[in-house]
Write a protein that binds this ligand. Sequence first.
Ligand code: 13P
Ligand code: SF4
Length: 355
Amino acid sequence: MGLELSGVGKETDKLVYTPEIGRVTRELYTKVSHVVPEIEWPVHAPYVKAINELKKQKNAVILAHNYMTPEIFHCVADFVGDSLQLAREAAKTDARVIVQAGVHFMAETSKILSPDKTVLIPDLRAGCSLAASITGADVRLLKQKYPGLPIVTYVNTSADVKAESDVCCTSSNAVAVVEDIARERGVDTVLMIPDKFLALNVAKLTKVKIIAWQGACEVHERFTAAEIRSYRQANPGVVVLSHPECPPEVVAESDFSGSTSAMIGYVGTHRPKRVVMVTECSMSDNVAVEYPDVEFVRPCNLCPHMKRITLPKILHSLETMTYEVKVDSAIAERAKAAVMRMLAVGKPATAHAAA
Ligand code: 13P
Ligand code: SF4
């Protein structure tokens, strides 16, 4: 077979590329050749082949977030999507093992929704500045300070925080969730944690009053309105799409704002000639594979947490069944109620099978 598997699992060891591996992975390379330079493929191909074989043997699925790099997103993922779509997929997959190609809160959400499955994350350090900004104890204090107000919690949080919440939301359903819980509880104000920018952006789209926490995404908070204006100046006619974790003044300068999948959907529907996706920069590469006729202006803000997930680490994860994500059952049960409540709101969004 020509594939040397010795020492697989140690990140430092390299698998060896052979002409045979080149042959069996050719179709996949053709797909990503628009965004992955040919010189890089011999580095990725042995891992792509080994991962695709091993995941079948282990009855595993790889759930990959839209921010994964193209060789993960297009070459080994079984399902790709935004946070909501991946949560829905985790709830319904028949596979015995879920490998989360994303960050820790996503793996926890998968475990909460599929407690009997083995959920693996290839690097335990793949965190999130939003999840790190608030603890379960903080939420208990908030409840004391604002008794009777429902707590709407962004999924970018730990299971502890979700367990203290009334309902979760993602960037694709936040407005619907806020309005639904306010209506159900008969209140005109809700607490929305932990992303202050998402809360401010949602507040502009609803009559429900929102009290926010002070968290922010370290990737999206860096974009500025002046930057957006400079993209427009340098790229006449460019369509600007932004994620609602960006500051409101950035969203105000944009043509459209939505979750990562909503941004992808916009490109698919409108086929702009030129577009800039104001979000984590791997996403433009993934979308460019599908729409080679669209010109992507690519500002590059990388998420250091998402970028911890690599092909060698995914292979290591499958080989060694590490790192298993576990959630205390009492916390998981309460967190699940908040996530399930979210999943019951609005029209279903499903992760799509990776093509
Ligand atoms: P969505 O994919 O749900 O839009 O979230 C973006 C994000 O920052 C995930 O970490
Ligand atoms: Fe967290 Fe932002 Fe990275 Fe998403 S992009 S995982 S919100 S730090």
